[in-house]
Design a protein around this ligand. Structure first.
Ligand code: PHE
Length: 356
């Protein structure tokens, strides 16, 4: 009987060694150690043997079973590892392959692309980008910016108020005050963001986007403003552009200017023979024959504005600054010849797909 046991053990070992995969190994296990297999049956019969045989046979059969079990376990983990390895190499997913069917690729909205383009120009000039709240107080939106109680923009008919004190900002300029409150000069920041006015037609939407600029330092002059905006205009509208400053009025800058860029559709107000003018050589539709296009408002920071942040180090006897504010929609419309502001918000893919 001892001999039969070692024969069974050898057969089992051979079967395990021959198993090429987990399924074959499982078959070998069932055949040699399963409920109907000879070795386990033999073990179950040990108690019926004569006491003389019982010890030796029991020991040999037990050893044979344990040896086979261990062998199977070792072989199983070997096979599993090899099979996993094979699956990993065969099932490898190439995530860089295009989807099937190919997904439509999104793109940046023209307003987002334009905002980023403008930000890049000013970041390149050393400005940081800040953002601020769209829900503002009358103090930041008007009062600290030197708007008289009677200024027309403060009317309830022009501005969205939540209460006497709280409103939707009408421009990004309140961030001039907040930025200066947050830290002493020098400061060079731009502030992109949404602004709101009670207006709606082909050139006005109740919500639109501005980018504010503020630079405060020692010995800042109007020439710095002009030089900065010249760089901006050339980066956005082309290397050959010029800018000019025209006197204007804003409550929070003194002097105040409107800034024009030389027309990039014509020269000297005469439209070229091609382009979106439609052919006929005549008065340029973009600059209305003037050769200049208004792009933004700006000026030197009014000392009255500094008086609200004097404690933070903005002494108008020591520092000066310039500020500017531009409409992102306006810049994009000019640059791309877009005739109606509402195209930006219609979400018509035929429009959106032309950009980005
Ligand atoms: N906030 C002004 C507007 O919305 C623009 C502006 C900003 C003018 C900064 C001067 C300085 O019209």
């Amino acid at each position: 009987m001892i001999e039969r046991i070692s024969q069974l053990r050898a057969e089992g070992e051979a079967a395990v060694a021959a198993a090429r995969d987990s399924a074959a190994l499982e078959q070998a296990r069932v055949r040699h150690l399963g409920r109907k297999a000879e070795l386990p049956n033999l073990l179950r019969g040990v108690s019926e043997l004569s006491p003389a045989q019982r010890g030796a046979v029991g020991k040999a059969a037990n050893e044979a079973r344990r040896a086979l079990e261990e062998l199977i376990a070792a072989r199983a983990s070997e096979l599993e590892a090899a099979e996993l390895e094979r699956r990993l190499t065969h099932d490898r997913v190439d995530v860089t392959l295009p989807g099937d069917p190919r997904h439509a690729l999104g793109r940046l909205h023209l307003l987002t692309a334009t905002r980023r383009e403008i930000e890049d120009v000013f970041v390149g000039l050393g400005f940081s980008v800040l953002e601020g709240p769209e829900v503002e107080t009358v103090y930041y939106n008007f009062e600290a910016l030197n708007h008289a109680e009677t200024h027309p923009a403060r009317l309830w008919s022009d501005t969205f108020y939540f209460s006497e004190e709280i409103l939707l900002r009408t421009h990004t300029s309140p961030m001039q005050i907040r930025a200066m409150e947050a830290g002493p000069p020098p400061i060079y920041v731009i502030v992109p963001g949404r602004v709101y006015r009670r207006d709606s037609d082909a050139t006005h939407t109740p919500q639109f986007h501005q980018i504010e600029g503020l630079a405060v330092d020692e010995e800042i002059t109007l020439a710095d403003l002009q030089g900065t905006l010249l760089q901006f205009a050339r980066a956005i509208f082309g290397e050959r552009r010029e800018v000019r400053l025209r006197p204007h009025f804003f409550p929070f800058t003194e002097p105040s200017v409107e800034v024009d860029v030389s027309c990039f559709h014509c020269s000297d107000g005469v439209a070229p023979t091609t382009g979106f003018a439609g052919g006929a050589r005549g008065r340029c539709p973009l600059c209305k024959g003037t050769g200049w296009i208004e792009i933004l408002g700006a000026g030197m920071v009014d000392p009255n504005v500094f008086s609200h942040v004097r404690e933070q180090g903005y002494d108008p006897e020591l520092v000066q600054g310039f500020a500017f504010g531009m409409g992102v929609e306006r810049i994009a419309m000019l640059k791309h010849g877009i005739p109606d502001l509402r195209h930006f918000y219609d979400n018509d893919v035929r429009f959106a797909e032309q950009f980005g």
